[in-house]
Design a binder for this molecule. Structure first.
Ligand SMILES: Nc1nc2c(c(=O)[nH]1)N[C@H]1C(S)=C(S)[C@@H](COP(=O)(O)O)O[C@H]1N2
Ligand SMILES: [Mo]
Length: 447
């Protein structure tokens, strides 16, 4: 109750502080509220700049709700005024122009479900450790994007034959002496009919943290190309020289000795992400009761479409097909599940996604200097215990340690009276588990 009040007061103060900074604009209070909501549900890597990771439960959702969608910002979140906003298109084009959001929206509208994954997702799993944000599984999300084709915007500007790369510029300003975040994509990908300038996410105006009012959507490619707060598109006839193209976001294309440094000139810019799946349930190191259960998560791929997901409960010795439980199209992630009748034992649960070229997630990953494109098969360790044992663990060991239990050498009748006393004192033993719990205690801790 009091913590809720506290939260409400903080977001109120946040909203009014932003209003003071730059005048009345609806997006600003939305920003403060959004930041509040995210920091209460997400794994917080940094609040300023905003770097939030989706928790594992997010992989159960066919479409990622905005409150759960990861945020990766290199600089502070800028405040773009919707009234004066224009997008400038220039460079190797014969008809450069600037356009307001209202006029941009007159171009044909397109919509698609697309997964966006940070190239650094899974960096935390590399050994030796790689510097950078230590993302585990959740710098990825799946949203419904709506906007206009980048190809239509480029057509309006009339590309010259010399056009080679498209540089995107966002409204966020570099912090200190850090280079400004700018990325380019080749004209080939820019003209793909699914490459988009999006102004809506999940049926709402694009939220500030995700690039309002306009961001680039590059289906299948790493999140680093999906420029937020887009204000400029510059077409160039050469390779873009900016830091985040020439030095950052590059991969050697093959494994290199762990811990080594590689000359960026020997590496290539990250483009497509790789096929991958994540298990949302059960959670690693779980102790769970025997009986019907579900192994479930999400899977996706990049330029090469996703084909199938398989599940193993024996550490990868044998695999069975999982079932898709969503239909999010060519660029979306798919949720999947497998009905598992769990019998007592110790399990290593894995999921393995395969793309349409027959390439499957590997068991081990070769190392690369910035820890990009992690897609190793995940392992979830589970101990399945008999039902009686489950009640023993949840009802008795919640308050008493096992040494104390071992010290009790009681008959069945005595155990029954003891259990009844504990139930009167608040122990949560389901009525239909009482007899089997007494049996279990009487068998294990007898005179
Ligand atoms: N202008 C701008 N665009 C940006 C970034 C940024 O820092 N500034 N980060 C990029 C990176 S690395 C990723 S992974 C995605 C994250 O988008 P999201 O915050 O909407 O999840 O945005 C990309 N676009
Ligand atoms: Mo990223």
């Amino acid at each position: 109750m009091s913590s809720q009040n506290h939260l409400a007061r903080r977001s109120f103060l946040g909203a009014s502080a932003s209003l003071l900074l730059s005048g009345p604009s609806g997006a600003l209070s939305a920003q403060a509220v959004n930041a509040e909501a995210k920091s209460s549900t997400m794994i917080v890597h940094s609040r300023k700049p905003e770097d939030y990771e989706m928790p594992l439960d997010g992989f159960l959702q066919p479409i990622t709700p905005i409150e759960l969608f990861y945020v990766r910002s290199h600089h502070y979140t800028p405040q773009v005024d919707l009234e004066t906003f224009t997008l400038r298109v220039s460079g190797e084009v014969s008809a450069p122009f600037s356009i307001s959001l209202r006029d941009l929206k007159k171009l044909p509208r397109i919509e698609l479900v697309g997964v966006m994954e940070c190239a650094g997702n899974g960096r935390a799993f590399y050994a030796p450790r790689v510097p950078g944000l230590q993302w585990t599984n959740g710098s990825v999300g799946n949203a419904r994007w709506a906007g206009v084709r980048l190809a239509d915007v480029l057509k309006k500007a009339n590309l010259k034959p010399s056009a080679k790369n498209i540089v995107f510029d966002g409204a966020d300003q570099a912090i200190g002496t850090m280079p400004k975040f700018q990325r380019s994509i080749p004209v080939r990908k820019g003209l793909d009919p699914d490459t988009m300038l999006a102004f809506e996410m999940n049926g709402q105006p694009l939220p500030v943290a995700h690039g309002a009012p306009l961001r680039v959507v590059v289906p299948g490619w790493g999140g680093d190309c999906w420029t937020k707060w887009l204000t400029g598109i510059q077409v160039i006839d050469h390779e873009f020289e900016g830091f985040f193209m020439k030095t950052g976001y590059r991969h050697p294309g093959k494994g290199v000795p762990p811990g080594s440094t590689v000359d960026p000139a020997q590496m290539k810019p990250i483009e497509s992400v790789r096929v991958k799946s994540v298990i949302a349930t059960p959670k690693d190191n779980i102790i769970m009761p025997q009986g019907p259960s579900r192994i479930a998560g999400a899977a996706w791929s990049g330029e090469v479409p996703l084909d199938k997901v398989e599940v193993s409960i024996d550490g990868g010795r044998s695999w069975v097909a999982a079932r898709f439980t969503s239909s999010n199209g060519r660029w979306g992630w798919q949720t999947w599940d497998y009905a598992w009748n769990a019998t007592p034992g110790t399990y290593k649960i894995m999921s393995r996604a395969t793309d349409a070229n027959g390439y499957s997630q590997p068991m081990e990953q070769e190392w690369n200097p910035s820890g990009y494109l992690w897609n190793v098969i995940q392992t979830v360790r589970a101990e399945v215990v008999p039902l009686t044992n489950t009640s023993y663990r949840s009802s008795c060991l919640g308050c008493h340690n096992e040494d104390l239990m071992r010290g009790q050498k009681l008959t069945r009748a005595q155990w029954e009276r003891e259990v009844e006393k504990m139930m009167r004192w608040g122990s949560q033993v389901p009525a239909d588990h009482k007899a089997s719990l007494v049996d279990y205690l009487a068998a294990r801790f007898k005179p």
